[in-house]
Design a protein around this ligand. Structure first.
Ligand code: ATP
Ligand code: MG
Length: 572
C-alpha cells in the first residue's frame, strides 16, 4: 500500500512547522509510553506507528518508556511482551526508560511544590474528595486541609513515604483552583500511598507513588521529549500537563540551558476502536483470567500476540494503521478493514494448498494407473513463486457440497449426467453416480476422467464451468483447523448495557479436522522459536481462506488457524 506518497497527517504537519520554526533546536524526540499492566493491543499499534513513525521520518528518536507508576497492576511479564511485540512489528527504540527511574526526582519535585505552597496533604477519604470536586458549572469546595502550613505538609508527606500512614488515608494534592472550569485543575492528586504491593522494579523502596498527571509530563521533560503524542481523552489533561511543566521551569528545572524554549508539548489523535471487539486491557485481562479466551495470545484477541497467532503479519497490521489514518474525531473502524489488510498482504505471498473440509470419497472408475505426481504452481500464474507436487490417484476426497445427485442447470459442479468439471491442477472429470448409506447420506461419488485433459498440457486448455478441489486419499493428511470468527456478537460491546462478557460470540471458535494435501506434511514439527516468536508459515486453503500454522503444532499433529476467510461474510 502507498506509504510514501500519502499526504502528511496533522501531527506530521505540526512537526514540520516546528522544525521550520527551529523549535527545540531542531530536535525531534517522541516516546511510546505503555503501562506494563497488560499486553499490547492493536490500539497501541496505532500509537506506536505514530510515535516511531514521526521519529523515523524526521531523523529523531523514539524511546520506549514504561509508565510504571501503579505497582498494583504492573508486572515484568508485560514489560517483556511489550518489547517483543514492538520489535516484531519492526520498530526500533532509542532507549528503554521507566517512569520509576524518576521516582526520586519526582519526589523531590513534589517537595518543591510543597515548599512553594503549591501542594498539601489531604486527609479526607477519596469519596469526600470526589464530592467536593463540584461540576463543570459549579465550583468545588475547598478541603479543610487546603491551608495546612508548609512545615506540616512536609512532615506528613515524609510520613506518607516512611510507611507511617495507612494506604488510602492521605494524598498529596496540588493547590491550584477549586473553581476552575477544567476539573483537572481542582486540586488534582499528585501522590497516593501504596504499601500493599511491591513495585516490579523498585520493590519496597517507595510507599508513595505519583499519579499519571504528575509523572507523565515530568518524565517527558526529564527525557527531552519534544512531541508527546497521545490519544484524545488526554486533551482535557493538557493544561495541567503544561501547568506542572511551567512550575518545574519556575523552580529552576531548565532542561536545556542553551535553549530556554526547549520543552515538550502534548498532541492528541483519535483512539482506535474496532467493531466486534474490546480495546481495553482491563477487559482483556478479565477475559484471560476467567478463561473466556485461551490467553492473551488467543487468536480472537485484538492483542498483538493474538493477531500474530491468528496469522496477521507486521506488514498487514502496519498497512491497516496506515489506511485508517489519524484524525481528531473519535470513531469506530469496521473489523473487515483489518481482514482486508491481511488478504491484501497475503494475496501474492501465501502458497495455495487444497484442503477438504467436508470430505466425500470420489472414485475415478476408468483410472487404472498406480497414481502419479502432478506439478502445481504455488500461486497460479506465478511460476517464479515455486511449484509443488500433488499426488493424484484413483481415489480422492472432494467437498461434499461439490456433488449433487440431481442434475440442475444452475449447478455447475458434479452431478451424474451433468457437466464436465475440472479437478484443480489435474484432469477433467464427469460424474456417473454415487453410493448412499442406509440413512441416505452419500458415501462415495463415481466419475470418469479424461486422460487427455491434464492441466498444463495442450488438452488442459479445455474450459469447464467449474473447477473443484481434491486431495488424494492415501497421501492426504489430517489437519486440525481452528476456525476463528469475531470475538463478540455485537458491533460495539463497550456501548451496550450490562456485562460485556454476555456479548461474546458463541461461535467464535469452531474446531474441525480437515483433509489436506501432502504438501503440508513439512509443517508437522514444533515451530522454531526466535526471540520468543514462533516461526510459522502462512497458506491459502483454496476457496476456504488464509490460514497459518499454530505454534502448538507438533510432529504428531498439525494445527492451523484461520486468519480470514477469502471474502467477507459479515457484510450486512
Ligand atoms: P487501555 O485502556 O487498554 O489500558 P491505555 O491507554 O491505558 O489502554 P497505555 O499503556 O497507557 O494504555 O497506553 C500507551 C499508549 O497507547 C498511550 O499513549 C495511549 O494513548 C495509546 N493507546 C492506548 N489505547 C489506544 C487506542 N485504542 N488507540 C490509539 N492509541 C491507544
Ligand atoms: Mg493508561
Amino acid at each position: 500500500m502507498e506509504t510514501e506518497e500519502k499526504a502528511l497527517n496533522f501531527i506530521e504537519q505540526i512537526v514540520e512547522k516546528d522544525l521550520q520554526e527551529g523549535k527545540n533546536s531542531g530536535r525531534i524526540q517522541t516516546r511510546f509510553p505503555p503501562e506494563p499492566n497488560g499486553y499490547l493491543h492493536i490500539g497501541h499499534v496505532k500509537a506506536i506507528c505514530m510515535d516511531f513513525g514521526i521519529a523515523d521520518r524526521y531523523n529523531g528518536v523514539c524511546n520506549l518508556r514504561f509508565d510504571d507508576t501503579n505497582p498494583v497492576k504492573e508486572d515484568t511479564e508485560y514489560v517483556d511482551s511489550i518489547q517483543q511485540d514492538i520489535a516484531w512489528l519492526g520498530f526500533r527504540w532509542g532507549n528503554v526508560y521507566y517512569a520509576s527511574d524518576y521516582f526520586e526526582k519526582l519526589y523531590d519535585l513534589a517537595i518543591d511544590f510543597i515548599k512553594h505552597g503549591m501542594a498539601y496533604v489531604d486527609e479526607q477519604t477519596p469519596e469526600q474528595i470526589a464530592e467536593q470536586k463540584g461540576t463543570p458549572t459549579e465550583p468545588g469546595v475547598a478541603s479543610p486541609y487546603r491551608d495546612r502550613p508548609i512545615d506540616e505538609n512536609l512532615r506528613l508527606f515524609q510520613a506518607m513515604q516512611n510507611g507511617e500512614i495507612e494506604e488510602g488515608k492521605m494524598v498529596l494534592r496540588a493547590k491550584i483552583d477549586m473553581a476552575n472550569p477544567n476539573m483537572h485543575f481542582r486540586d488534582p492528586i499528585m501522590y497516593r500511598i501504596i504499601t500493599s504491593h511491591p513495585h516490579h522494579r523498585t520493590g519496597h523502596r517507595w510507599n508513595v507513588y505519583p499519579m499519571y498527571d504528575f509523572a507523565h509530563g515530568q518524565s517527558d521533560y526529564f527525557e527531552g521529549v519534544t512531541h508527546s503524542i497521545c490519544t484524545l481523552e488526554f486533551v482535557v489533561h493538557r493544561p495541567l500537563y503544561d501547568y506542572f511543566i511551567d512550575r518545574m521551569i519556575d523552580f529552576g528545572y531548565q532542561r536545556n540551558p542553551n535553549d530556554k524554549e526547549d520543552r515538550t508539548h502534548q498532541f492528541e489523535f483519535n483512539r482506535l476502536n474496532i467493531t466486534y471487539t474490546v480495546m481495553s486491557k482491563r477487559k482483556m485481562l478479565q477475559l484471560v483470567k476467567e478463561g473466556l479466551v485461551a490467553g492473551w495470545d488467543d487468536p480472537r484477541m485484538p492483542t498483538v500476540c493474538g493477531l500474530r497467532r491468528r496469522g496477521y503479519t507486521p506488514g498487514a497490521i502496519r498497512s491497516f494503521i496506515n489506511t485508517i489514518g489519524y484524525t481528531k474525531v473519535e470513531g469506530m473502524i469496521d473489523y473487515t478493514w483489518l481482514e482486508n489488510a491481511i488478504r491484501e498482504d497475503q494475496k501474492e505471498k501465501a502458497p495455495r494448498v487444497c484442503a477438504i473440509f467436508d470430505p466425500v470419497k470420489l472414485v475415478l472408475t476408468n483410472y487404472d494407473g498406480e497414481g502419479e505426481n502432478l506439478v502445481a504452481e504455488n500461486i497460479d500464474g506465478h511460476p517464479e513463486l515455486g511449484t509443488r507436487e500433488m499426488r493424484f490417484a484413483k481415489e480422492l476426497y472432494i467437498e461434499r457440497g461439490d456433488f449433487q445427485e440431481e442434475s440442475d442447470k444452475n449447478f455447475f459442479r458434479l452431478s451424474p449426467g451433468g457437466r464436465e468439471v475440472r479437478l484443480k491442477n489435474a484432469y477433467i472429470i464427469q460424474a456417473t453416480g454415487c453410493d448412499k448409506d442406509a440413512a441416505g447420506n452419500i458415501t462415495t461419488v463415481y466419475a470418469t476422467y479424461d486422460p487427455d485433459s491434464k492441466s498444463g498440457t495442450e488438452g488442459g486448455n479445455r474450459k469447464t464451468k467449474a473447477t473443484i478441489n481434491w486431495v488424494e486419499c492415501q497421501t492426504c493428511m489430517d489437519v486440525e483447523a481452528r476456525l476463528y470468527d469475531r470475538l463478540f456478537a455485537v458491533e460495539n460491546p463497550s456501548a451496550e448495557e450490562g456485562d460485556f462478557r454476555d456479548l461474546l460470540n458463541p461461535d467464535s471458535l469452531r474446531i474441525v479436522t480437515i483433509k489436506a494435501e501432502a504438501a503440508l506434511r513439512k509443517e508437522m514439527h514444533r515451530p522454531e522459536v526466535i526471540n520468543g516468536i514462533a516461526q510459522v508459515n502462512h497458506y491459502q486453503f483454496l476457496k476456504q481462506g488464509y490460514f497459518v500454522v499454530d505454534p502448538d503444532t507438533t510432529g504428531d499433529k498439525l494445527i492451523m488457524n484461520r486468519t480470514a476467510s477469502l471474502k467477507d461474510n459479515w457484510q450486512k
